[in-house]
Design a protein around this ligand. Structure first.
Ligand code: NAD
Length: 294
């Protein structure tokens, strides 16, 4: 049986690791937060004492951390985790990070004979729990073939985006579009409600009309419209606004590097920064609704 180490058990990592367990993989887990490990340990995972301990016997390492700096500091340097991973193993780096940062970790892994894929995901916490995530993979095709059974236990769609870092480029483009859709939906919801419409009625009309989009299908930002959406739970859980701001920053860096014109992405970043400045960074990203209501 493939032994898997899973590092980073947050909103996404925890349900992803749980799906690997359910699929019958033997996993050892590590997170800086002890409590995150406890529930998985109760379900059969080995709670490791450190990241190095987690990877000791692992043929595959999966990581799901917040941002580039966490990933670089975990893997790189003289004390980095790459020095502890057995050559010939495979690392699936699933966090959303800068494409350049991913390429740096790719190069360091290759220098040690360790295979690596950047494999960021889309689908949110609900997709992570249901095992229906979309993986956007950057790296070598043969490494992806090796990874496929593991990714398939956590996701439904697996795309090979291209060479090292390409998964991150695809993810950044997707999240820029998602932010623009979320802001547009929040703005339209606020306009309709201020003009006297019932939010649930308006949401359903737009969902089935030409304004329909993923946020109206799965993630309405108006409280009470969708029972299970973060908006109906005080904007808790889900995808933190500060992580969306991070992704929009990565999109702007990519735009700068390619001299691309991304006015919608730039405005989305400014609106999310405003939301963060109001103390709402830890709330779900649909809390951008707050900018449009008193
Ligand atoms: P999170 O903050 O809930 O989880 C990150 C986890 O990493 C935390 O539990 C933290 O303790 C742990 N961690 C940080 N440094 C560590 C280290 N050195 N060793 C071990 N554990 C460490 O974030 P999340 O929502 O799970 O998101 C993770 C990544 O997935 C981010 O890059 C995010 O942009 C991306 N993402 C999130 C969503 C979503 O809906 N939440 C969707 C798609 C992609």
């Amino acid at each position: 049986m493939t032994q898997i180490a899973f590092i980073g058990l947050g909103h996404m990592g925890l349900p992803m690791a749980r799906n690997l367990l359910k699929a019958g993989f033997a996993i050892s887990v590590f997170d800086l937060v002890q409590e995150s490990m406890a529930s998985l340990a109760a379900e059969g995972a080995k709670a490791a004492a450190s990241a190095a301990d987690a990877v000791r016997d692992a043929a595959v390492v999966v990581s799901m951390l917040p941002a580039s700096r966490h990933v670089e500091s975990l893997y790189l340097g003289d004390q980095g985790l790459l020095t502890q991973i057995t050559p010939g193993s495979l690392v699936l780096e699933c966090s959303t990070i800068a494409p350049d940062s991913a390429r740096k970790v790719h190069a360091a892994a290759a220098a040690r004979g360790i295979g690596l894929l950047d494999a960021p995901v889309s689908g949110g916490t609900a997709g992570a729990a249901a095992g229906t995530l979309t993986f956007m993979v950057g790296g070598k095709a043969e490494a992806l073939e090796k990874a496929r059974p593991i990714l398939a236990a956590m996701g439904k769609n697996i795309f090979h985006a291209g060479p090292d870092g390409a998964g991150q480029v695809a993810k950044v483009c997707n999240n820029q579009l998602l932010a623009v859709q979320m802001i547009g939906t929040a703005e339209a919801m606020a306009l309709g409600v201020a003009s006297g419409l019932d939010p649930a009625v308006l949401a359903e009309i737009m969902r089935q009309s030409s304004g329909g989009n993923w946020t109206l299908e799965k993630y309405n930002p108006w409280p009470g419209v969708m029972e299970n959406a973060p908006a109906s739970k005080g904007y808790s859980g889900g995808f933190m606004a500060e992580l969306m701001a991070k992704d929009l920053g990565l999109a702007q860096e990519a735009a700068q590097a390619t001299a691309s014109s991304t006015p919608m992405g730039a405005l989305a970043l400014q609106l999310y920064r405003l939301l963060l400045k109001q103390g709402n960074g830890k709330l779900d990203f649909s809390a951008v609704q707050k900018l449009f209501v008193e």
